[in-house]
Design a protein around this ligand. Structure first.
Ligand SMILES: O=C(O)[C@H](O)[C@@H](O)[C@H](O)[C@H](O)COP(=O)(O)O
Length: 274
């Protein structure tokens, strides 16, 4: 145990305004640390607010959360207090292979005792625009009852945790580079019908919602993401300030990057010094 803590500490550092970096030797270590991180936030949030409002994304993230279904977490986490949301979702049927809901249900939610009515999936029988409006309306109701907390300095929802992946192009949730939705300030949930990553129709939290969260974690693995990780975290000059991954900047909350070594391989040096 002492040894494990030393290993994690050795690869953890704070990178100026870009949050905490946790760089892991391999995916097993990363998954173990990620499960522990989520379990700790869940416990703290349930203690403070009686609930844990967590927003998840699609992609490899769900597989990396798999340790939560195992001992000790499947028994120690207070699953009944979880309220689950999607930071982004593909506008397809819930049983479709592309559905982020299906991915999470098959890989995580069906294996732990979450309350079905606390699983807040999108309306999959309407257009992307309507699904985004519906989802925002739904979130507004839960903010009113404080199932989802509210930001201190705006009326935005303050999720206890938003979990994101990042693509090789630097997209997070379904916020893609150079897309006008990056400038969306008034909507909480918006939509896209021409996503560069298939499928084309998606809904997504906007940046103000992501950045109002109490905690945001970006989980990025693999060498194909190394350049995007470098551009999102290091001081690379003004050209990359609008990279979606770089725009993840919680106003008051805490940002943590979970990286494996290949994804971290193009980061500027200091965080590797032990
Ligand atoms: O629905 C989606 O496509 C995701 O939410 C998306 O934002 C994903 O998190 C990244 O593309 C990273 O995906 P990978 O980790 O699989 O590369």
């Amino acid at each position: 145990m002492v040894f494990l803590i030393w290993v994690w500490m050795a690869h953890s550092s704070v990178h100026k305004d870009r949050g905490e970096l946790r760089i892991h030797e391999n995916l097993v270590e990363l998954g173990t640390d990620l499960a522990e991180y989520i379990a700790e936030l869940s416990e703290a949030s349930v203690k403070e607010r009686g609930v844990f409002a967590i927003a998840i994304s699609g992609g490899s993230l769900i597989g990396l959360m798999g340790k939560l279904c195992e001992a000790p977490y499947h028994k120690t986490v207070d699953w009944a207090k979880w309220y689950i949301f999607w930071a982004d979702e593909r506008v397809v049927g819930k049983t479709h292979a592309d559905s982020n809901y299906k991915l999470a249900k098959d890989g995580l939610l069906s294996k732990v005792p979450v309350v079905p009515s606390h699983v807040n999936s999108i309306n999959d029988s309407v257009s992307a625009e309507e699904a985004a409006d519906d989802y925002e309306f739904h979130i507004r109701q839960l903010v009113k009852t404080r199932t989802i907390n509210v930001s201190d300095n705006s009326d935005c929802p303050k999720f206890d945790l938003v979990l994101l992946g990042m693509g090789p192009d630097g997209h997070v949730a379904s916020l893609f580079p150079n897309h006008p939705m990056l400038d969306e300030k008034s909507e909480w949930v918006t939509f896209i019908t021409d996503s560069p990553k298939p499928p084309p129709e998606r809904i997504t939290f906007t940046l103000p919602v992501i950045n109002s969260a109490s905690n945001v974690a970006v989980v990025v693995t693999g060498e194909s993401k190394a350049e995007a990780v470098h551009l999102a975290i290091d001081d690379v000059g003004p050209d990359y300030l609008s990279l979606p991954g770089r725009l993840v900047q919680p106003t008051k909350g805490k940002l943590v990057w979970f990286l494996d070594k290949p994804a971290a391989s193009k980061l500027d040096g200091p965080q590797f010094s032990e």
